[in-house]
Ligand binder design. Structure first.
Ligand SMILES: Nc1ncnc2c1ncn2[C@@H]1O[C@H](COP(=O)(O)OP(=O)(O)OP(=O)(O)O)[C@@H](O)[C@H]1O
Length: 315
């Protein structure tokens, strides 16, 4: 009798063979954790966080949270504090004001934008995955399979394509059995199909592992359709909302496939002004930002920090 895998927000899989229970895959085994199991409980929360770097306020009264089972994407112009926010949330930086609250026992799987590996250093994928913590070959193979990579364990890291390399970084994060995956521009340098494929994997992992996902990305078209919530940061949180599917061009379908339905998505703004479907501001807007919106609904422009309104700060 074939085993039945139960896919749900809880981390377990039951597989039965001839009436006996066999070991469940490592990454899907129940985790000893003090973590709340329910969806909608905050994994990480920033409360009124402010932080200055190099004498300049980079994060200004930021309220932010990521719940179990949701994908939250932070977008914003260069220098708007996205990486600083990530580092503050994972505990690498301490806020000057406010607090970051992490659920007790929270395990974070961090995927950086890139990692330099010396080309002269022979570093097979398997050895890389054993850093900083050793895992069995079976566990490594399971993690690699989850990110769509087979038979690469003996391959040197330096021989991987950009997309393969980032997937290996993702596999390494999975071996932590994370409650939350934090991806800081993890698809930088990948082409659009590679980026779309990467985010499809992330969406799949969210379902299979029931983890939360926090991403920083500039890939608006792809990320918007993969996210439950999008937060636009420009020092302060200037807008946030749920992505809305507004169009489904054939070329996007061809690129993004079934996972995202090939759709172009926009996100709802909760400013004190309106946007049309192209992302342009409506006539009633009262624009107090120092940045503009492009046709994707993205932001660009100045890096100075101004508050729009208190309501706009709530993420
Ligand atoms: N170690 C540091 N010391 C001083 N200033 C810093 C440091 N790191 C970042 N900054 C400054 O903080 C601001 C925010 O940087 P951050 O890297 O968080 O922005 P970002 O939104 O992630 O940018 P990008 O999209 O370009 O990656 C920038 O003005 C940057 O120069």
């Amino acid at each position: 009798m074939r085993g039945v895998a139960c896919r749900c927000q809880m981390r377990w899989t039951l597989a039965a063979s001839c009436g006996t229970t066999r070991a469940v895959p490592y990454l899907l085994r129940p985790v000893e954790s003090a973590m709340p199991a329910a969806r909608n409980s905050a994994l990480i929360e920033a409360r009124d966080v402010s932080l200055a770097r190099g004498g300049r306020v980079v994060l200004d009264h930021v309220d932010f949270r990521v719940d179990r089972g949701e994908i939250v994407t932070v977008v914003g112009p260069n220098g708007s504090g996205k990486s600083t926010l990530m580092q503050t949330l994972i505990g690498a930086l301490t806020p000057d004001q406010g607090a970051v609250i992490r659920a007790p026992g929270l395990k974070i799987g961090y995927v950086p934008q890139s990692l330099h590996i010396d080309a002269t250093m022979p570093m097979p994928v398997g050895r890389f995955l054993a850093l900083p913590q050793r895992h069995s070959r079976a566990e490594q193979a399971e993690a690699l399979a989850m990110v769509g990579l087979d038979d690469v364990a003996r391959q040197p890291m330096t021989s991987l394509s950009g997309g393969q390399f980032q997937r290996v970084l993702l596999a390494r994060a999975l071996l932590m059995r994370p409650d939350i995956l934090v991806l800081d521009e993890a698809t930088r340098g990948l082409d659009q199909p590679g980026t779309a494929a990467f985010y499809r994997i992330v969406e799949d992992l969210r379902v299979r592992l029931g983890c939360g996902v926090l991403m920083v990305s500039h890939d608006l078209h792809v990320v918007m359709s993969a996210s439950d919530r999008v937060v636009c940061l420009n020092g302060h949180i200037c807008c946030h909302g749920t992505p809305e599917i507004v169009a489904s061009a054939p070329e996007y379908r061809a690129l993004f496939g079934v996972g995202t339905q090939g759709t172009l998505a926009l996100y709802r703004h909760e400013h004190d002004h309106a946007h049309d479907e192209a992302g342009a501001c409506g006539p009633d807007h009262d624009h107090t930002h120092d940045h503009t919106h492009d046709a994707d609904g993205g932001h660009s422009g100045g890096k100075g920090i101004k508050h729009n309104s208190g309501a706009a700060r709530d993420a």
